[in-house]
Design a protein. Sequence first.
Length: 560
Amino acid sequence: MKLGKINQEITVADQLLATDLEAVAAQGFRSVFCHRPDGEGADQPNFQEIETVAKVLGLHAVYLPVTSGKITDAEVQSFAEAFAAAPKPVMAYCRSGMRAITLWSLQAAGKVPLSELLLFGKQAGYDLSGLSLRLVSGGQSKSVTQQSHQIVIVGAGAAGIAVASSLLARSPDLDIAIIDPAETHYYQPGWTLVGGGVFDAAYTVKTMASVIPNGVKWIKAAVAGFEPQSDRVILEGCQTVHYEKLIVCPGIKLHWGGVEGLIETLGRNGVTSNYRYDLAPYTWELVSQFKGGKAVFTQPPMPIKCAGAPQKAMYLSADHWWRSGLLSKVEIDFYNAGAVLFGIKEYVPALMAYIKKYGTQLHFNHRLTKVDGDHKKVWFARTLEDGSQETIETDFDMLHVVPPQQAPDFIRASALVDGAGWIDVTPDTLQHKVYPNIYALGDAANSPNAKTAAAARKQAPVVATNVLFDLKLDNRRAAYDGYGSCPLTVERGKVVLAEFGYGGRLLPSFPNWLINGQQPSRLAWMLKERLLPPVYWKGMLKGHEWLAQPQVLQQSQEHV
């Protein structure tokens, strides 16, 4: 018997026999739904046999047979009514369980987002992507509105705008659409400096309309799912967008709900995070008003957006307290889910000098699991050398949290991902491993590089070049070397400029006599504070590939 648990109310299964019902009842189920017509196959009992045994066991039995692939709106409504009235939990079955989960999903459509429905199906062992259009239309059979574009880009963050601009810089006549429902665009690397009292938050935000490149159609809608076999993106509201080439760069999801109690206390009780635009100013408020006590900084398991950002917040806070003469009154603790301070060993000595200067206590292999802001307590799962875990509890006066992170739900629910839920691409070309007309860049791709804006700046020209090669508009293929940059703000006025690529190979942009990335540098601080914001707004987002020209992988004489 194959079981696929959807939630606490319903589990679906393949063909049940009367002899299975005792186990079903023993597991606490109170109702059994049959969705397979009698006589469909030689391997099934008649429903009357099931119903007779179910009654003896005190199970509520319902017969709602449907034909595979031909479920009508009326049958969905009948299921919804029967399910609402049935004692829970329900065991629903058919030949494979697919009709059972289809009926449940269709009756839940409109009340549960498509991405969640697809994830429920995936977790239960069923692929519901073929129902996407019907699910986004509220479970009903409706006509859909379709538009078509040569190149469709999902996501208008740093990666999406940059790749659109890089494409147009090479071929201005392209038909490009970019899909994103957001009204605003953020320069997220600036939030570290907002939390450090250097930038005003307003300096890091512009309207989305002002950064969408001229000539690109902005589809202001949320993506609900993908149909890669049909070259279509499905939008909420029962619309589809057909593409010749698809570029997926939706960013990363900050999973605040992954830490118990965190959402309830964010922005108050001394709990903050530079990973949110509205909270970064609160970080500086806490730091600037802090007069002493215990300051706790956390870092979740990898991968995360900008792996250095959790400790950047700690360094800038400690530097302020040091300059204010308060450092002796502050206990600083850095709890890291990982086993090392920074993944590239060449930069660790410089960072450790500041750890010692600020008197920071390092706690490795500690994953934040729970926050009680009202009582100023936090709990961590500490992984021991033998792989076992123990729970560690500590208090705090100020808490800077970095949440666990994952690809957005509509990505994780799609057919585009690997086993860990990230878009599955070839690391050098950033082309999808299964669907060759799809590319991905930025935080949601599974290329093993640091998830930073600097990485997207280097990836965008590579994807643009390769897409044009596929369209026979360029004779070159390009390769991405895994470049990422992390300007580690170790004090106000100094940065350790970490630049590296695949395999941890150092990839400095400047000669050592100008900026030695392994030592704190005032010039690197000027780069971070004064140069990188205009490079972002006026260069990267405008298709100017300063220090980002792609490496040519191959050239073809057959292309233009």
